[in-house]
Ligand binder design. Structure first.
Ligand code: SAM
Length: 277
């Protein structure tokens, strides 16, 4: 089927919308939003501003994390009846740290056509302007709210040889950057703030610089460069930790340092120490 220019009946369209600047929407997205039978959005009042801006009168209903399961069933029934539905989120690409997974997974499983209408996403916008390697990257989404879980996640990606991308809420940016600095070391990083908006800022430096300088309001995407490759060493991990201990470094600190130097997780170092007992 040629999906290019005709609205497909009974299809679920995943429509990307602006992350700030209302001009960042494709002609095709506007057309699909106009022609669809229904728009499913996170917050109807929020999306209405975009729809009004482009003179789109299509009916909008809510689809968000609190009604996702009931609403997915309702949307699937409409799709089976041949209605075409456009799914949008408050900003950027739906499903990317946004609702939509449930309905897309079910639609795909049932053979309902799922058609992406590509457009903005803060992660890709930040990465593309970061100046950090783009050949391989890992999107980590939002860090967990709890500090212990946040550290665990950071440790699990510390040895990854890809550029890392995180979303962060403004009230946690300072804390998260400090923890990133601690767990990931002083790597090159970029904080992209308020992309496409009036006060857009792209701050570059090391995690050290950024952890001590970034504060504030707005929306933030953090891009972290890969760590330096661990120096080749024949010295077993346990011996390396013991060497630091003999030099007066406390055990926990020694384990952290060796994990960072070797590009392995703290858990791996801990396990090696346990196995050695
Ligand atoms: N689906 C969206 C996308 O494709 O980018 C992301 C939605 S997620 C709920 C919102 C997070 O994305 C924000 O907390 C922030 O980390 C990031 N973000 C969204 N808009 C941004 C912007 N204009 N500048 C920087 N980061 C942004």
């Amino acid at each position: 089927m040629n999906y290019a220019n005709k609205l497909v009946p009974g299809a679920l369209y995943i429509v990307s919308t602006p992350i700030g600047n209302l001009e960042d929407i494709t002609y095709r997205a506007v057309r699909i939003l106009k022609e669809a039978d229904l728009i499913a959005c996170e917050d109807t009042r929020h999306t209405r501003k975009l729809l009004d801006h482009y003179g789109i009168q299509t009916r909008a209903i809510s689809y968000h994390e609190h009604n996702e399961s009931a609403r997915a069933a309702d949307l699937l029934e409409r799709l089976r009846d041949g209605q075409s539905i456009a799914l949008v989120s408050d900003a950027g690409t739906p499903l990317i740290s946004d609702p939509g997974y449930r309905v897309v997974a079910q639609a795909a499983a049932e053979g309902v056509p799922v058609i992406p209408i590509p457009g903005p996403s803060a992660a890709i916008a930040a990465l593309s302007a970061s100046g950090l390697p783009t050949d391989s990257f890992r999107f980590c989404g939002f860090l967990p709210a709890k500090s212990s879980q946040r550290r665990r996640l950071l440790e699990s990606v510390a040895a990854d040889s890809a550029t890392l991308i995180f979303y962060e809420a403004p009230h946690r940016i300072v804390e998260s950057l400090a923890e990133m600095r601690e767990v990931l070391g002083p790597r090159p990083a970029v904080v992209a703030r308020e992309l496409t908006k009036l006060h857009e800022e792209i701050l570059r430096g090391t995690l050290d610089d950024l952890a001590s300088s970034v504060t504030g309001r707005g929306e933030f995407t953090i891009v972290v460069g890969k760590g330096e490759p661990a120096p080749e060493s024949d010295e077993p991990i346990v011996e390396a930790v013991k060497r630091l201990e003999r030099a007066g470094v406390p055990r926990m600190e020694a384990m952290k340092t060796i994990a960072r130097e070797r590009g392995v997780s703290k858990r791996d170092v801990y396990r090696a120490m346990e196995d050695d007992r």
